[in-house]
Design a protein around this ligand. Structure first.
Ligand SMILES: [Fe+2]
Length: 344
């Protein structure tokens, strides 16, 4: 199986990509609105076809990227029926299966953090995605969104800890840099839910956490109750639209070479080879390109006009990728790298 664990650093959220390597069909679990462009680039670069975006629950701390992902890829959105969310393509009940090619995920109801929480179990891969029901050495909070500590206790004990010992568990968040755990590990070491702890101990613990409400609660819950469909005035993360530009997983804006060829008269080209390379002899280049070596681009970018889109060039497209990043950071709104460079 193709597997990626991605991190969103503002809300400490994990997003998971799972894909069948033969059919290239993929499932994305708990993607984040603000990381849409990154996640889309990953799917594109791994040559995957996204079948379904899954949310383990209607989140309170961040807006799901599900709505944006459906708009971009045509995938389906699935979430538990018990979440009460509107706008999904599929509403999951306990025991339902979500598949992508040969990959199969069993949806298990694990309420407690919210009334609609699910854990997704990949039996063949011995993995489970627990959302905010079970965290590494912890548990999701239970003080809002139909949270119920007794029900969370039973979900973990009866639906997660009953999986085989060696199953790897992947949570929806971690606040201490931990990435995964196992059933046996949590049964032994989870200080809230491990063996020997009784339901009333857990309930007493959870009822007295006294945590502040998540900062984004007021905005996140209504947006997630419509599966992350962008509301009026929402700042939708998107690649620039002045040309066929994509942002790569590496974070660089890249433009379609054919479009560049057709629009060359309306563009500014900056090639970033160093002076010594220019002296060594001619390289295939584009007529009218301005040379500003990468090593001095940060100091000299004001020599470039901002009235036309700027395309960065170099022999292999690597240094010019860095150049595009530098110019974007310097405030150029229309800039992109020519991928593959001048030798393509
Ligand atoms: Fe949550």
């Amino acid at each position: 199986m193709i597997f990626r664990q991605l991190f969103e650093h503002e809300t400490w959220t994990y997003t998971y990509l799972l894909a069948d390597p033969d059919s290239r069909k993929a499932v994305l679990i708990d993607c984040v609105f603000e990381r849409h462009i990154r996640d889309l680039a990953m799917i594109r670069e791994l040559d995957l076809s996204l079948e379904t975006v899954l949310d383990t629950h209607a989140h309170a701390d961040h807006v799901t990227g599900a709505g944006l992902m459906r708009l971009a890829t045509g995938c389906q959105i699935a979430i538990s029926r018990a979440s009460g969310a509107t706008g999904a393509d599929r509403y999951l009940d306990d025991g339902d299966t979500v598949s992508a090619g040969s990959l199969k995920l069993e949806a298990r109801s694990t309420p407690g953090h919210t009334g609609g929480c699910m854990t997704f179990v990949a039996e063949a891969q011995a993995m489970a995605f627990t959302g905010d029901t079970l965290l590494i050495r912890g548990a999701g909070r239970t003080d809002f969104q139909q949270g119920d500590p007794a029900s969370l206790f039973r979900s973990v004990r009866e639906r997660i800890f009953t999986l085989p010992d060696e199953f790897a568990l992947y949570p929806g968040h971690d606040y201490n840099g931990r990435t995964s755990t196992t059933v046996a590990e949590e049964r032994t070491h989870n200080p809230r839910l491990g063996e020997g702890i009784r339901e009333e101990d857990f309930v007493g613990y959870m009822d007295n956490l006294d945590l502040p409400h998540p900062k984004r609660l007021a905005a996140a819950v209504p947006a997630n109750m419509r599966c992350g469909a962008p509301g009026d005035g929402a700042l939708v993360p998107a690649a620039p639209d002045w040309g066929p530009v994509v942002r790569t997983f590496a974070g660089v804006l890249e433009i379609d070479p054919e479009w560049v060829h057709q629009h060359r008269d309306a563009l500014t080209f900056v090639e970033v080879r160093e002076a010594a390379e220019l002296d060594a002899g001619p390289l295939p280049s584009i007529e009218g390109a301005v040379n500003i070596p990468l090593s001095v681009l940060l100091d000299r970018h004001s020599e470039l006009p901002t009235t036309r889109p700027v395309i960065t060039l170099c022999p292999a497209g690597a240094r010019s990728g860095q150049a595009a990043l530098i110019l974007e950071k310097a405030g150029f709104e229309r800039v992109a790298n020519l991928p593959g460079g001048l030798f393509q």
